[in-house]
Design a protein. Structure first.
Length: 202
């Protein structure tokens, strides 16, 4: 019989068990069951091998219990994310495709900002590697020389920077809700002040 522990009545559950390894050895494994993925219907599980404790089996099992508690706490606080190498450009394409409630005009505006501003500046970066500093530098570059008419030294207005940032922030908020990101790097970015003349146009 395989020993188990640390199950919960609701939400993600975890247990540990001993499994046969190579050369007749055994290894202790923790398994976190997150339930079914609503999109695919497949069960979502996290597997992690527990390093053997020098004091023996009982100490290893106690270590497993602590690891289970830590993993469940991370999930509860949305701190655990499954690592992937999806680039920002790929993620934004999917995010736009899923925005079913947008009007045609709004969708076209989003696509322009995403494809002409966000993707050229940040699209090559893996989504989970995107930092506050990278976004800050990208917006600063657009502010100083981001005009599409090619005029040297001409940048985008503060209002345009706010619009672009708002789209990226909304997309990354969705990534946080989907447990793809721990937190939204857009939240730490300082934006330029919108002048009164620009605000009146709004």
């Amino acid at each position: 019989m395989k020993p188990q522990g640390s199950a919960r009545d609701e939400g993600p559950r975890g247990h540990w068990e001993w499994r046969a390894g190579r050369n007749g050895t055994r290894r202790c494994l923790i398994i976190i069951d997150q339930g079914k993925d609503p999109a695919t219907g497949k069960r979502r599980r996290i597997f992690e091998t527990v390093p053997p404790h020098p004091q023996g089996i009982e100490a290893t099992e106690k270590t497993a219990e602590r690891l289970i508690g830590k993993k469940l706490e991370e999930l509860e606080n949305r701190e655990h994310v499954k690592r992937n190498r999806v680039k920002l450009e790929q993620y934004l394409a999917g995010w736009l495709a899923d925005k079913m409630r947008l009007t045609l005009k709004t969708r076209q505006e989003y696509e322009v900002w995403v494809n002409r501003r966000i993707v050229p500046a940040l699209g090559h970066i893996p989504l989970q590697d995107l930092t506050v500093q990278q976004i800050q530098r990208a917006w600063k570059a657009l502010e100083t020389s981001g005009r599409s008419d090619g005029k040297a030294g001409k940048g985008l207005s503060a209002k345009s920077i706010h619009n672009i940032h708002g789209i990226l922030r909304a997309a990354l908020n969705t990534a946080v809700k989907q447990d793809i990101l721990k937190k939204n790097p857009c939240d730490g970015v300082e934006l330029p002040k919108v002048r009164k003349a620009e605000m009146q146009v709004l």
